[in-house]
Design a protein around this ligand. Structure first.
Ligand code: ADP
Ligand code: MG
Length: 322
């Protein structure tokens, strides 16, 4: 029901950045190689996500807006080995229940479809252009949930939350070309050539990227690799540490602490690295199904991973200081 969708919307879409995240993750899941994001007034006026992915077959479109209509879990086994980003089938119904949405989508070689939804109901559906891919436009976000609107921060804060999300998704998908346009200004543009250093450079600037060093270590359960700035060169805040676990952007305090510890920040209080760190494990060791927004994860053998991380960072930095 639309009410259930609105309640779930409170969890899945708490701010414009969450809409951007869910839409872009859908584009990623659809196998896109290019994803363009266009926002006006930090997404409060409008959010557009345009991809060149596989599109939605015409007979599946209405399904896509229904709750728990995910096309992404085929079996119980899949639930435990999640490789796609979306898997709950909550995002689209939640978003359309609190905004006006126009979606244009086409699969390879078929005529496209354009649907218009208002407050969760399809009010118009027609044939449209047939460029393969999907374009979702979200207007008037939270128009029917004024309480939610009131909780939002300033345009600047909401925009930096959007930038943050897009940066992270770009970092975790170096083979996808991303662009982010905000009120006509380009905030990010990545090449999509699979080069992590290129994405780091697009986000933090070429000078920062040049100063970062690469490190890599593995044991039986985990592989840790990434780029990190050197203590003598940077004075970053703690916001510039990014973790990708099996390709998915995650937040985890223990990992952050382990990184900072390996970096040697006990000695230099308040100093943090700029770091982009990729962690790999058997997916069975990772439980992503903890919260609908899916950034928090539970990791089995977490202490072992933290030890590997801080040790490899420590050794890489020590090597630099020789
Ligand atoms: P989930 O991503 O959890 O499956 P969503 O509500 O985000 O659920 O999306 C519902 C369904 O709509 C997806 O499973 C997918 O089949 C389809 N879909 C949504 N966005 C896109 C897109 N950009 N390209 C192709 N299919 C899409
Ligand atoms: Mg999704």
């Amino acid at each position: 029901s639309i009410l259930a969708d609105q309640i779930s919307a409170g969890e899945v879409v708490e701010r414009p950045a969450s809409v951007v995240k869910e839409l872009v993750e859908n584009s990623i899941d659809a196998g896109s190689s290019q994803i363009d994001i266009v926002v006006e007034d930090a997404g409060l006026k409008s959010i557009q996500v345009i991809d060149n992915g596989r599109g939605i077959p015409v007979d599946e479109i209405e399904m896509a807006f229904r709750r728990h209509a995910t096309s992404k879990i085929a079996s119980r086994q899949d639930l435990f080995q999640i490789v796609t980003l979306g898997f709950r089938g909550e995002a689209l119904p939640s978003i359309v229940s609190v905004s006006d949405v126009v979606m244009e989508t086409a699969t390879e070689g078929k005529p496209g479809t354009k649907v218009h939804l208002k407050g969760g109901k399809i009010i118009d559906k027609q044939i449209s252009e047939s460029r393969r891919g999907t374009k979702v436009r979200v207007d008037n976000l939270f128009f029917n949930t004024p309480a939610r609107l009131k909780y939002l921060s300033s345009i600047q804060t909401e925009l930096s939350a959007i930038t943050d999300i897009v940066n992270r998704l770009a970092l975790s998908h170096t083979d996808i070309a991303f662009s982010l346009l905000s009120n006509g200004r380009e905030l990010l543009h990545t090449a999509g050539n699979g080069n992590l250093k290129q994405v780091i450079s697009a986000i933090y600037g070429i000078n920062v990227a040049r100063q970062m060093v690469f490190f890599e270590q593995e044991n039986n359960d985990f592989k840790v690799q990434g780029y990190i700035s050197l203590p003598k060169l940077t004075r970053a805040s703690r916001n510039y540490m990014s973790f990708l676990l099996n390709g998915r952007y995650v937040k985890n305090n223990h990992l952050s602490k382990a990184l900072v510890q390996g970096y040697g920040s006990k000695l230099m209080v308040g100093r943090y690295p700029i770091a982009v760190i990729s962690l790999r494990s058997d997916p069975i060791l990772v439980d992503v199904n903890v919260h609908p927004t899916k950034q928090e994860v539970k990791i089995s053998k977490e202490q072992e991973l933290c030890d590997l991380l801080s040790q490899s960072v420590y050794q890489r930095i020590a090597q630099e200081n020789l």
